[in-house]
Design a binder for this molecule. Sequence first.
Ligand SMILES: [Zn+2]
Length: 463
Amino acid sequence: MHTQKLKKTVPPFLAGMMFSILTLSSCKTTNPSKSEAAAFDATNLKVIKGFTILENLPQAFTWYASYRQILTFALGEDPGDPLDASDGNYQILQDKVNKLWSTYQQLHPDRIGGVPAPLVVILQNIDANAFATYDRATGIDPNIFFVNTGLLTEKFKKNSAILGVIAHELAHHALGHTKPGESEKVSKFYRKSSGSEPLGRLQKNDEGIEKAVGSWIEAAQMVGPFPLPELTGYPAPTIGTPFLYTAAMAAAAANSTRESCQQLPGIAFEASRAVSQNLNHATQTIHFSKPESLSLIRASAGKYNTSLRSCLEGVQVSIMDILLALQKTTEEKALDGSFLSSKELGVIKRKGNLAESLIEFAQLMSERKAKINRELNLDLFRIYTFEEQADDEAIQALLQLGLDSAPLTTFFRLSVPEEHLAACDSSASSNTIPPYGILSDKHHSICYRIFHAAEVEKSLRAQ
Ligand SMILES: [Zn+2]
């Protein structure tokens, strides 16, 4: 989930790299009490096939304490306290992980044969999720797997939905997607066939499409995917977190003694909600039920920009400075493969008023997206991504265990707001292909993932 290139996803975990922003001024984080965690010493730990083996829960907790603040930035909130090691759920979850891990070992003996199953750490967090991560601070890939207590509730027992989400997340760990630069190697760009939907994993990469669509994706990753002129200058974190939003929040955190900077996250949330309220999460499309919605969004975006200007008054750094600090990379690497024009480059490198640069650059990225939207029908293009690969792998692992894709699709259905689920069901019953979702979201839309899971299962069973 890491990358050093502008053209690729700015993944959530990158947001955690903002400690270097300390150089701008003193950085106060959302959880300052935990900012003094000692660095983790991994020198005496065993490393097998690139995974650093943590032997027991106390060791895993120590590593987590050292990395928790980075994860807090990455996830946008504190991931939570670990559940006490004596809790009976550890054994239950570790058994599930062990079972899936040996399945992945059968599927990928070269990659993970001989690597012990990752150690489960349960975090007290109501968000129904699990995740693996790479430690950028020490450069190790800890053999740990996190599961939130939100997944331990009754509803995820249905059709073993918890097994589905663990299978997907564990595929990221097994395939090394968390390691810097790895997930990008999976991507393949292609065109959809008329009337049918080819399986991404069977497609070849089309360089022409990669170039055309990549330019749009770069802009969408900077400023957000939605083509609303009302949003110009406001990088709404709706589906994914646009880089210009992360950059603004990092700069605000670095100036957190200012009242306007303290207020900025709240104002950003308000502005974001104005967009989210009209967003269908199942299909990733925006519908405006009320005509006043657009003026509400315009007003919210305006308020965000006003607050940003006040918060960053007198801050004279470039957007590139922040990008390099967040991604711990060099300018050359950051720009490798980028589609930025000389005008766009001028703004991103300008060491002037940061707020003005952020707002102007957001505008330029919005214009670029609008231009490509006029020239290309983006609905015709597809990208096979590491997220799709994790879904495909999860289904293969579930089949290998004698199950079907239901654990995964049940989890998808449980994560869709009920009022949006009808959109998935109607497309399934009418035999139409659900909307793919926005191209900058590597997951694709939830409705599409449900449809895709059935297609993958069918194809694997036919093999
Ligand atoms: Zn994933």
